[in-house]
Design a protein around this ligand. Structure first.
Ligand code: CP
Length: 336
């Protein structure tokens, strides 16, 4: 049975009774959602961010109980996965999320498509649209590619990471993971983010989302990777790892983009690890029990130790699991 658009995604908690086609509620998340695309989190108000997280939390529960199988929330939608850059987490979780909600999924397989014959992004997406694809999940190496896609086609576009610019669903899943771990709210919480902020689309989207959700951020890393971000509201740049971690309620370290590290910003990976690499001992500089996040993929032995990545503080596995829930939420909301 298809649940009509308008079902309250933030409060639906159980499969509908036989013969009922919707959950009876007043103002629904779906009705208040006005966005056609998800290009970055900066387009979302605090209330909309919270709607995404609440919806993800609810859909996560429904998925765990198997109830989603009886509620194909986006049946009739055809989701195209267009990944022009490598991905494991984002790609797999979007595919699972779309299938969980009853969508048809088409995988573009960029390397084996007409992209390899020189077809432009806009032409490729228009071709998908003409075949019946309604929504495209786009990862692209060029910052701004999802904005071009949204302008050039009638497709709904979900940004799955564009160049150095943004990675909105990563920021949403990070916010959900943090909110769960920190007692249900980020208000007044202090989050440390360590690494190459300047070249990180994950960091950029997190700066928007976490600050808007009430957190304050302390950034740490080599000066070339963090300078200038202190002007961002709610953000402070620290001068050392100890200063970054002091008083942090949670810590996020970023993947060192090895391809960039060689080119600038740090004298050597060994030097980066010596100054900014996280160990269990160094994590004691944060608040007791402060959890650790990493968007993945990790370079164990560079930005963090293998023991820390798999240890009790680590929420890295939880982030991945929450990725499916968050992507179900945005697919549902955008289909409304
Ligand atoms: N965090 C993230 O975007 O991972 P993938 O590149 O594996 O999708």
């Amino acid at each position: 049975m298809t649940v009509p658009i308008g079902v309250n995604l933030t409060t639906a908690s159980a499969p509908p009774m036989a013969g009922r086609t919707t959950t009876p509620t007043a103002a629904t998340a779906a009705r208040t959602w006005t966005h056609r695309h998800l290009l970055d989190v900066d387009q979302l108000s605090r209330a909309e961010l919270e709607t995404c997280l609440d919806t993800a939390s609810r859909l996560r529960s429904l998925r765990e109980t198997g109830a989603l199988r009886e509620r194909p929330l986006i049946a009739g939608t055809t989701v195209g996965l267009a990944f022009y850059e490598a991905s494991t987490r984002t790609r797999v979780s979007f595919e699972l999320a779309a299938r969980e909600l009853g969508a048809t999924v088409v995988d573009l397989s960029v390397a084996g498509s007409s992209v390899s014959k020189g077809e432009s992004l806009a032409d490729t997406l228009r071709t998908l649209e003409r075949t019946g694809v309604t929504t495209v999940v786009l990862r692209h190496g060029a910052s701004g590619a999802p904005y071009l896609a949204a302008r050039s086609t009638g497709l709904r576009i979900l940004n799955a990471g564009d160049g150095l610019h943004g990675h909105p669903t990563q920021a949403l899943l990070d916010a959900l993971t943090l909110r769960d771990a920190l007692g249900g709210s980020l208000d007044g919480r202090r989050i440390a983010i360590i690494g190459d902020i300047a070249h990180s689309r994950v960091a950029r989207s997190n700066l928007h989302a976490l600050v808007r959700l009430g957190a304050s951020l302390t950034l740490g890393g080599p000066p070339a990777w963090v300078s200038g971000f202190g002007a961002w509201p709610g953000v402070r740049v620290a001068g050392s790892l100890a200063e970054t971690l002091e008083g942090a309620d949670a810590v996020m370290t970023l993947r060192v983009q090895l391809e960039r590290a060689a080119g600038g910003g740090v004298s050597s990976l060994r030097q980066y690890t010596a100054s900014w690499g996280l160990t269990e001992e160094r994590m004691h500089l944060a608040r007791p029990g402060a959890p650790l996040l990493h968007p993945g993929p990790t370079n164990e032995g560079v930005e963090l130790t293998a023991a820390l990545a798999s240890g009790p503080r680590s929420l890295i596995g939880r982030q991945v699991t929450n990725g499916v829930a968050v992507r179900m939420a945005v697919l549902s909301l955008l289909a409304a």
